[in-house]
Design a binder for this molecule. Structure first.
Ligand code: PMP
Length: 447
């Protein structure tokens, strides 16, 4: 069955097939960290649906919540009508909101995906401000629909002003020796204030507190506070995309809590649906400038996703899984740092909580600088530029991981960052097993 399914799907599906290309697996069973393929092979899954599975696969509390809705005879589809399931989800979601937003927030249920919520956020700030321009960052990823794509780095810019994200390992400002984050903030403020050559006041700014697809790049807390200041001073709504960083992933329930900034709009998806499709934006009530029906969509009332999501949010909160992610993530980062010391092909290791990345480089011909040990805080770029990124090596590490029963993602601007997004329920032993396999895979790929 395994080979047949792989062959048929590769023939029938579009050329845009993504994960299925590098991960030729046919999952038939899964529990927690483990996926079992149709060929009987078992894998430790550190892709977790690109960071969706906060509690891993098929967590009992999630399955129970879904069964409960089905057994109750409640309707599965009711457009956006009020239901007890929706009421419970909204209550649970609001209980998690960061201080400053929780007091007077509104929620808009969006289409099923993160990209739908990004579209809604862009539309909201454009409606509320009557302006159209947007500030977004290099290397950003916000989704694949038109507006979200525009806001993502590398896409053609239509009304989007692209600002440098503080990626100090490959500092967008070269290697001036000055702090990338401070330069990025100054650049942004100058651009907005320059009467000539600057940009007209935009409808909003959108950013990820940790760039995920862009290569696991945690923004310094000080930089996030500066961006909040710059936007607040100029009445520019700040949209924080927590699609990947939310629900405990980075070591706080929402990643904005590290810096204490209060966004005007938060974009949420992935883990809030407990592995089923769900996406919302939560924003300050003051921005609620929409006319009734101004934002619609048939699939905004997914009852099973709301039930699974409410159970997930409650479980993460009640079991302090964000704290767990912070502690375990710090320990894993420490071990990745040791790996980096032993393997020169590792250019940088980064992360926050259980969102970890290993950037692979090609030192032949251009050894580049060896960065200081990675921390959540930024580094000052050295006088020597980083070695070239090595997408080939990252792909090789991913395949060697797969051979050893470990699923990892490859991402980043140059597709050279091996990403780990394990469930927050990861045990100490599982974390060791993951890192052992990764270390073996690295050694094999290096040869
Ligand atoms: N924003 C961020 C930060 C993401 O990581 C993603 C997906 N990786 C999206 C938006 C888009 O979400 P979706 O794939 O569900 O449309």
């Amino acid at each position: 069955a395994h080979e047949g399914i792989l062959r048929r799907q590769s023939l029938r599906e579009s050329a845009a097939r993504t994960y299925a290309r590098s991960l030729p697996i046919v999952p038939v069973r899964a529990r927690g960290l483990t996926i079992e393929g149709a060929d009987g092979r078992r894998y430790l899954d550190c892709l977790s649906g690109a960071g969706t599975l906060a509690l891993g696969h098929n967590h009992p509390v999630v399955l129970e919540a879904i069964k409960k809705v089905i057994d109750s005879g409640a309707p599965l589809h009711v457009l956006d009508l009020a239901t007890p399931v929706k009421d419970a989800f909204t209550t649970e979601l609001f209980a998690t909101l960061p201080r400053g937003l929780a007091d007077d927030a509104r929620v808009q249920f969006c289409g099923p995906a993160g990209t739908d919520a990004v579209e809604a956020a862009l539309k909201l700030v454009r409606t509320a401000t009557g302006r159209s321009g947007l500030l977004a960052f290099t290397g950003a990823y916000h989704g694949m629909t038109a507006g979200a794509l525009e806001a993502s780095g590398g896409a053609p810019d239509v009304g989007v002003t692209r600002l440098p994200y503080p990626y100090d390992y490959r500092c967008p400002f070269g290697t001036g020796g000055e702090h990338g984050a401070e330069l990025s903030a100054r650049w942004t403020a100058n651009l907005l204030d320059d009467p000539k050559g600057g940009v007209p006041r935009p409808a909003g700014m959108i950013l990820e507190p940790v760039q995920g697809e862009g290569g696991v790049i945690p923004a310094p807390d000080s930089w996030l506070r500066r961006m909040r200041e710059i936007t607040a001073d100029r009445s520019i709504p700040l949209i924080v995309d927590e699609v990947q960083t939310g629900v405990g992933r980075t070591g706080t329930f929402w990643a904005v809590e590290h810096s204490g900034i209060v966004p005007d709009v938060m974009v949420m998806s992935k883990a809030i649906g407990g592995s089923l499709p769900l996406a919302v934006i939560v924003y300050r009530a003051e921005l609620d400038a929409w006319q009734p029906g101004a934002h619609a969509g048939t699939f905004r009332g997914n009852q099973l996703a709301m039930a699974a999501g409410a159970a997930t949010l409650a479980f993460v909160r009640e079991n302090a899984l964000a704290d767990r992610a912070r502690m375990l993530g710090a320990r894993m980062l420490g071990r990745l740092r040791q790996l980096a010391a032993a393997h020169p092909v590792i250019g940088d290791v980064r992360g926050r909580g259980l969102m970890l990345g290993v950037e692979l480089v090609d030192r032949e011909g251009n050894p580049g600088h060896v960065p200081a040990p990675a921390t959540a805080e930024p580094r000052t770029p050295g006088p020597v530029p980083a070695a070239p990124a090595s997408p080939a090596l990252a792909a090789a590490v991913q395949q060697e991981c797969l051979r050893r029963g470990l699923i990892v993602e490859v991402g980043g601007r140059h597709s050279a960052v091996v990403r780990l997004l394990p469930p927050l329920t990861l045990t100490d032993e599982q974390a060791e097993a993951v890192l052992d396999r990764l270390a073996d895979a690295l050694a094999a790929a290096e040869r």
